[in-house]
Design a protein around this ligand. Structure first.
Ligand code: SF4
Length: 414
């Protein structure tokens, strides 16, 4: 391989930080813990860091973080697995991993336009734990617990048990609703994190859903491969594969989350025939630059994970310090299309505040359009014209516009 080889270049450190390399965070402060315990997901859960007293001896906190952790019990609890904590940047309070899981006092500031339920899920819930917002699919919330808590969580009103939301899903009622609503062909199981349920409980739930004839397709939304990859055991994968077609949406925000452990967990899921898609949230000082986002998306492909969505961060109360701008999101998207593999380009969406559903937002590639032609620009800024087929017969000659100057002939993407 020559130094000019592009494959070599992508693996070379960039600015001292090799974002594309898969590394393991190791045991860090838990060096004395046996490998058997460290690799046991139940041990990881039992030893989660949930309080100032546990975190302070391990990490030099800023005053904003100290106050944030102290107050987090009022809103969204603190919770970080030891495995994921070892990815937190000790010397950088603005580190991209640190910002996602270490609370800050800014979470207590709420702007007038921020909401506790920004996607309007509660108003589209016919049965506790079930959200029916789109015509042919439902969201089934099965637990309010996660392996670690993301400080920008859209469902912070209900996850972690810290808020005043009374989360008691009615699973039998939800199954009955799905059975009676024959238009529901797709069930997304989420929470909280459904992979925190035991294998037996998940097996039961997936099995019950599979008995409903019109349910064609099951999905699980989970951040477990990122926070607790030890949970993706061969036994779990063997159980999941009995319920195909089953897909999984995971949630990765930064290339450093893509560790050796996560790669192996994703490989076990893929080998069990589960297609993996990734959803990222655009977060300020985490992934709102073209270089970071591109490294993440390319690294996901290396793990057989297809980038699916980039979400504009919802208007969740107390998230202003983490939200990036739509202008930044568009800049990131512009840097992807045409500049990297099409499979690496997700859809950028805004979940319309208050419950309007996902709305795609894209850089503008259509410059002009009428019934005869569409003028477009490509990723290099070159302009092209595409003649519209005249399905109802050609327009009269006199009404045809003169050809645009400097318009190039169509080119195909390789
Ligand atoms: S894993 Fe998902 S549900 Fe849990 S805190 Fe993070 S974003 Fe919220």
């Amino acid at each position: 391989m020559t130094p000019e080889d592009p494959g070599q270049q992508t693996r070379r450190p960039s600015g001292g930080l090799n974002l594309k390399r898969f590394t393991s965070p190791g045991k860090g402060s838990w060096a004395n813990v046996s490998n058997a315990d460290w690799n046991d997901w139940r041990w990881q859960l039992k030893n989660r860091l949930t309080s100032l007293g546990q975190i302070q001896p391990l990490l030099k906190l800023t005053p904003q973080e100290t106050a944030g952790i102290q107050l987090s019990g009022q809103k969204l609890a603190t919770g970080i697995t030891p495995y994921f904590f070892n990815l937190v940047e000790p010397g950088d309070p603005d580190g991209p991993i640190r910002r996602q899981v270490i609370p800050r006092i800014e979470e207590m500031d709420t702007a007038p336009w921020e909401m506790s339920d920004p996607c309007g899920e509660d108003s589209h819930s016919p049965v506790p734990g079930l959200v029916h917002r789109y015509p042919d699919r439902v969201l089934l919330l099965v637990t309010d617990r996660c392996a670690s808590y993301c400080r920008y969580c859209t469902r912070s009103r209900l996850v972690s048990g810290a808020g005043d939301h009374d989360f008691h899903p009615n699973i039998e009622g939800a199954l009955d609703y799905i059975r009676r609503h024959t238009e529901v062909r797709d069930v997304l199981i989420s929470g909280g994190d459904p992979l925190l349920l035991s294998d037996e409980k998940l097996d039961w739930l997936l099995g019950r859903l599979r008995t409903i004839e019109h349910v064609e397709f099951l999905r699980i939304g989970s951040r477990i491969p990122i926070f607790l990859p030890q949970r993706i055991t061969p036994e779990l994968c063997a159980m999941l594969r009995r319920h195909h077609p089953l897909w999984m949406s995971i949630h990765t925000n930064h290339p450093r989350e893509c560790t050796v452990e996560m790669r192996e967990a994703c490989a076990r899921l893929s080998d069990a025939g589960i297609p993996l898609g990734n959803q990222s949230v655009l977060l300020h000082h985490v992934n709102d630059t073209p270089a970071i986002m591109k490294a993440l998306l390319q690294k996901l492909l290396m793990m057989r994970v297809r980038p699916y969505y980039i979400y504009q961060c919802d208007l969740i109360a107390g998230s202003a310090h983490l939200r990036s701008s739509i202008a930044r999101g568009l800049e990131v998207m512009e840097s992807l299309r045409g500049h990297t593999t099409g499979y690496a380009v997700p859809q950028y969406v805004i979940d319309a505040p208050g419950g309007g559903g996902k709305v795609p937002v894209n850089p503008e590639y259509v410059i002009y359009r009428d019934h005869e032609r569409v003028v477009i620009r490509n990723y290099e800024g070159k302009v092209f014209e595409y003649p519209e087929p005249q399905l109802d017969g050609p327009p009269p000659i006199s009404s045809r516009p003169a050809p645009l100057e400097e318009v190039e002939s169509p080119a195909r993407e390789a």
